[in-house]
Ligand binder design. Structure first.
Ligand SMILES: [Ca+2]
Ligand SMILES: [Ca+2]
Length: 379
C-alpha cells in the first residue's frame, strides 16, 4: 500500500464510520410528533366556565414514555410562557375561577432523549356574564321595570348599553315626581343615564354623567299608566377594567300628587261638597297646547239650593279657569277660560232655588305649584 492508497482507505473508513454513526443516531433518538392540537379557540362564560384542552402525540421509538407540561402565556405565542403546576397530562381542565379576559395555553410534549415539541396555542376567551335583563341594548328592547322595584344588573363591557322602561301601574294618567337611583357597586365604573319620553325621544337636559364610583339620583316627571312609560339608558362613556360592572337601579315615586287624581278633565273633577279649604299640587306646568303634556286639577263644587257660593283662590304661579255653573251634572259645563292668575279676593255667586255645580280648573306656570281654594256656602 503506497502512501496515496493508505490515505484513500483511511478516508473511506472514516466516511463509513461517520455514515454508520449517523444511521445509528436516527434509530436511537426518538422523535415526537403532535397528532392532535388543542382546540384553537374556546369561548366560555365567567362564573360558568367549563371545558378542557387536549393534545395527543406519538413518538418514533417504541416504549418511549411521553410526558406533558401545560403552559400559560400572556400573549398568543408558544414561545416562553409559564409552566402550570400539576398540569402534566394530555388534557388540561380550564380553571373554573378565571376572571373575564383572554387567556393563552399550550402544551409541551417531552420524552427522554428527544427534542420536546410544543403544541399550537389555545385561546380561551372568558366573557363576562350577561345580566338577566339582556338583551336590552336598544330602546325597543327596553326591559320593563315597575316603579318601586330595585334591580341589579351590569354593563358586561364598556360598550354595553342597557335600556329600561319605567311604568307606574298604580293609577292611570296621573302626573307625579319620580326619582331614579343608580347605585354603582363597581368602583371603577363611571355610570351615565339618559332619559327618553313615551315616544322614545331623548329628553334634553335631563341626562347625568357620574364620576367613578359615584351614585346617580335624579328626579323626573312622569305620568302613570302603561302608555306614559318613560325610558332610561344606562351606559358608561369611560372604559372600566372590572368586568362586568354591576349597578343597582330603582325608580321611586315621591307621591306628591293627591288622592283625588286623576282629575285632569271636568268629568273626573275632585268633588267638593262641604265648606272648607282644599289644596292640591300641579306637578307639571303648562307646556304647549296639548293638555296631556301638563297637569290640570279640576274641582267640582256642589252648592246647595238657596246658598251662595263664596270662594277665594290662592297660590303662587297658579292659573285657573272658571266653568259656568250648571243646574245639571250631565250638562257639559261651558268654560269661561279666563286663564287668569288668582284675584286674591273673595268672589261670590248668588244662590239659586236649585243645586248648582261650579267647576274650576287649576294650572300652573311652574312645576310643583300649590293651589288652594277656600269654599263657603253663606246664606
Ligand atoms: Ca347589561
Ligand atoms: Ca291633575
Amino acid at each position: 500500500m503506497n502512501k496515496r492508497d493508505f490515505f484513500l482507505v483511511t478516508a473511506a473508513v472514516m466516511m463509513m464510520t461517520v455514515g454508520l454513526n449517523s444511521c445509528k443516531n436516527d434509530e436511537i433518538d426518538p422523535v415526537i410528533t403532535i397528532t392532535l392540537q388543542p382546540t384553537e379557540t374556546t369561548n366560555t362564560t365567567e362564573g360558568n366556565i367549563s371545558g378542557s384542552l387536549t393534545v395527543a402525540a406519538s413518538v418514533t421509538r417504541k416504549g418511549t414514555m411521553l410526558t406533558y407540561q401545560w403552559y400559560s402565556n400572556t400573549t398568543n405565542s408558544n414561545t416562553s410562557g409559564t409552566e402550570i403546576g400539576g398540569a402534566t397530562t394530555t388534557s388540561y381542565d380550564i380553571p373554573t375561577n378565571l376572571a373575564a379576559r383572554t387567556y393563552y395555553y399550550f402544551c409541551e410534549v417531552r420524552a427522554l432523549g428527544a427534542e420536546s415539541k410544543r403544541s399550537s396555542v389555545a385561546t380561551v376567551n372568558v366573557v363576562p356574564q350577561l345580566d338577566m335583563y339582556e338583551p336590552n341594548d336598544v330602546i325597543t328592547q327596553a326591559t320593563p321595570v315597575a316603579v318601586g322595584t330595585k334591580i341589579t344588573a351590569s354593563l358586561h363591557n364598556k360598550d354595553d348599553i342597557d335600556f329600561y322602561k319605567f311604568v307606574d301601574l298604580s293609577k292611570e294618567n296621573v302626573w307625579d315626581v319620580y326619582e331614579v337611583k343608580l347605585g354603582n357597586n363597581t368602583t371603577d365604573m363611571s355610570p351615565a343615564i339618559n332619559f327618553y319620553d313615551a315616544s322614545q325621544i331623548e329628553i334634553e337636559g335631563l341626562g347625568v354623567i357620574a364620576d367613578k364610583g359615584e351614585d346617580i339620583t335624579k328626579q323626573f316627571f312622569m305620568k302613570s299608566g302603561t302608555t306614559n312609560a318613560q325610558y332610561l339608558k344606562v351606559y358608561t362613556i369611560f372604559p372600566f377594567t372590572t368586568m362586568p360592572a354591576y349597578y343597582t337601579l330603582e325608580v321611586v315615586k315621591k307621591n306628591l300628587n293627591e288622592a283625588s287624581e286623576p282629575n285632569d278633565t271636568w268629568n273626573t273633577a275632585q268633588a267638593i261638597t262641604t265648606e272648607g279649604t282644599y289644596q292640591g299640587t300641579i306637578i307639571k306646568k303648562v307646556s304647549g297646547s296639548n293638555p296631556a303634556d301638563y297637569d290640570v286639577d279640576f274641582v267640582r263644587v256642589t252648592v246647595p239650593a238657596n246658598k251662595n257660593f263664596k270662594y277665594k283662590i290662592s297660590g303662587s304661579n297658579i292659573k285657573y279657569d272658571d266653568y259656568y255653573p250648571t243646574s245639571s251634572e250631565t250638562e257639559v259645563p261651558r268654560v269661561w277660560d279666563y286663564d287668569n292668575d288668582p284675584y286674591g279676593g273673595y268672589w261670590t255667586f248668588y244662590s239659586a232655588a236649585y243645586t248648582q255645580y261650579f267647576y274650576l280648573a287649576f294650572k300652573a306656570t311652574v312645576d310643583l305649584a300649590q293651589w288652594q281654594i277656600e269654599v263657603q256656602f253663606p246664606d
